[in-house]
Design a protein around this ligand. Sequence first.
Ligand SMILES: Nc1ncnc2c1ncn2[C@@H]1O[C@H](COP(=O)(O)OP(=O)(O)OP(=O)(O)O)[C@@H](O)[C@H]1O
Ligand SMILES: [Mg+2]
Length: 398
Amino acid sequence: MGEPVVVVNNVSKKYRLYHERNNSIKIALLRGGRAKLDREFWALNDVSFEVTEGSTTGLIGENGSGKSTMLKCIARILRPDKGSVTVTGKMSALLELGAGFHPELTGRENVFLNGAILGLKQKELQERFDDIVDFAGIGQFIDEPVKNYSSGMYVRLGFSVAINVEPDILLVDEVLAVGDEAFQRKCLERFKYLKDNGKTVIIVSHAMSSVVNMCDHAVWFKHGQKMADGVPREVVEAYTGSIVMDRPASGSDTGDRWGSGEAKIDRVELIGRAGETIKRFPSGDPLTIRLWYSTSEPVPRPVFSVAVQTLQGIVVTNPTTREADLVPEKLDGVGHVDLVLAHCPLLPDTYDLTVSVTDFTMAHPYDVRRNVVRFDVDRKGRHEPAGIVSFGGTWALR
Ligand SMILES: Nc1ncnc2c1ncn2[C@@H]1O[C@H](COP(=O)(O)OP(=O)(O)OP(=O)(O)O)[C@@H](O)[C@H]1O
Ligand SMILES: [Mg+2]
């Protein structure tokens, strides 16, 4: 892979938040006409990473974590308060739904206006016009004012212009979430085409499977900070794992349980070697972890997960049904999911189980139950090694 073409260097970005209250006029007068600065809010805090030429990079993280702000700093729409962003090459950005589109103008007029802003000559635009309209699948609507477009049409046309100017670096915020399946597939193909032609793509996405499948680099943001940066599968796993393990800071949910509730885990059972429910068993024994679920409405492509934690908070393992490819198209009604271990490798200690059922991206929890079961693992023989798990291997000395 090539040289770095985007270098983000210790970037911090703050937004200023102002009071809007009944007494604000009075305060403003007292302060000599200036609005009161309520507080400053750092949307990005000391973020650094590099994007190499020809790579596809995904920026991920929960809502409000700073992804769009980062993309806008790269696109030079926002200027960082601290740090710097260096970009080498021609950049094209699709950051907001129909950003840069004039509602009263037709699709055709907007394509020319937008293309010109993105640096295409009139002649080049004329040559590519049919491709642009074709890719967007706008058809006859191209001569309608864009204010009459559906949000899907808006996005498709904006995206089509942005990719058809053939940038060296393409920035895209969340386009894959909009549009129907067919358009999403076309986008993925186009990203691949850009990649095959050595172009650099930076996307913001909440679609974790797309990030894993199409990116070669992912950066995870949380509260404006970079949490991880590296191989997509690992970064996505760390992020989705944290959603399940972290209690949300706000929300109506209480205590150790939260989620939107369309699917619920009503009960968690540990089942021992004789098929009985247990809370204590010897190390190395067979174990089944059974999650009893129910749904209040059909839930598409749910993912169940189980996390085992020590009392010191170390996550020993966090298997999911997704990595086992056990994801039904739809979950409806009641039933149970089993995780079956022929030999539970946990060493003697006390452990807590956290279980969850989420949507396929694992970004949206239906039900998370933290520390729902506490159990003890007993000694099996006289000698147990120290640690958390048994490797279960055999020694050989020659
Ligand atoms: N113009 C603004 N003025 C004040 N605060 C802002 C402004 N734009 C964004 N913010 C705040 O900055 C934080 C980061 O926002 P940003 O849009 O970068 O998040 P994001 O990761 O893109 O979120 P999402 O996944 O919802 O798109 C949020 O708390 C947001 O409320
Ligand atoms: Mg955003």
